[in-house]
Design a protein around this ligand. Structure first.
Ligand code: NAD
Length: 246
């Protein structure tokens, strides 16, 4: 009998990560969620189990080596070795550059970049051990490539994720593991209403949804066997639109 595929997703308790967990579960994957927000994680787990999905939630801080190891090893024992890892958890922070503290900088890099490294390394070790041809998808951001003032830590962490993506794609290619990143632009996770100006920033005429990111993840996982080390910009065309000031 064919083995049920397994998705491991970080930050799956809320926002984009939750949509990724629900999307893959709806397509027959067993889903393992890691998040620091226990109440939200349990709520997603309940919703998934109510829909008949195979799922698990673990409280894990992706910046902590032991948490990451415990989460992914427990996932392999209970649901099976992950076929797909989505490194989605991340924190946003902005602060004026001249007063940005090294501690605040380290916190963002330690979560977004170090967390992506730790999860990728542990998941890849399991994929190699279990002979799984895996797909790893890192959620970066268009802010890896363009900025507003005061976003140094976040932008640097996302630029680091894009570089980590091509580096790990090269190292893990011979192990039959593909690694790609997605750089979302503006994705609405809080149900906010958008103005006409908000919409017109996007050549497609709307702001993105968490489901847009989830379906791009499944594309990379299932339909992109010849693609590795790449970054997929998912922003409704916002970053290719020229702006002329009047
Ligand atoms: N929403 C956007 O417009 C947008 C745009 C570009 C990129 N992104 C990226 O997409 C990802 C998800 O964004 P979102 O808008 O859904 O964010 P969100 O804040 O709604 O959700 C992030 C989740 O990650 C969890 N998390 C935070 N730190 C963690 C840690 N150390 N360990 C484990 N879990 C942790 C949070 O508890 C939360 O459940 C992030 O990496 C973000 O940078 C978002």
């Amino acid at each position: 009998m064919k083995r049920r595929k397994v998705l491991a997703v970080t930050g799956g308790a809320q926002g984009i990560g939750r949509a990724i967990a629900e999307h893959f579960a709806a397509h027959g994957y067993a889903v393992s969620i890691a998040d620091t927000h226990v109440a939200a994680g349990r709520a997603v787990l309940k919703a998934l189990l109510n829909k008949g999905a195979h799922a698990a939630f673990f409280r894990a801080d992706i910046s902590q080596e032991q948490d990451v190891r415990n989460w992914l090893r427990a996932t392999a024992r209970t649901l099976g070795c992950p076929d797909v890892l989505v490194n989605n958890a991340g924190i946003r922070a902005s602060a004026p550059f001249l007063t940005l503290s090294p501690k605040a900088f380290d916190l963002v890099l330690g979560t977004n970049l170090r967390g992506t490294f730790l999860c990728t390394q542990e998941a890849a070790r399991l994929m190699v051990k279990h002979k799984v041809a895996g797909a790893i998808i890192n959620i970066a951001s268009t802010r890896a490539f363009m900025s507003e003032p005061g976003t140094e830590a976040y932008s640097a962490s996302k630029g680091g994720i894009v570089a980590l993506t091509h580096a790990t794609a090269i190292s893990l290619g011979p192990k039959r593991i593909r690694v790609n990143s997605i750089s979302p632009g503006w994705i609405e996770t809080r149900g906010r209403k958008h103005s006409r100006r908000d919409r017109l920033q996007h050549p497609v005429g709307r702001v993105g949804t968490p489901e847009d990111v989830a379906s791009a993840c499944r594309y990379l996982a299932e339909h992109a066997g010849f693609m590795t080390g790449q970054n997929l910009t998912l922003d409704g065309g916002m970053t290719v639109k020229m702006i002329y000031e009047e």
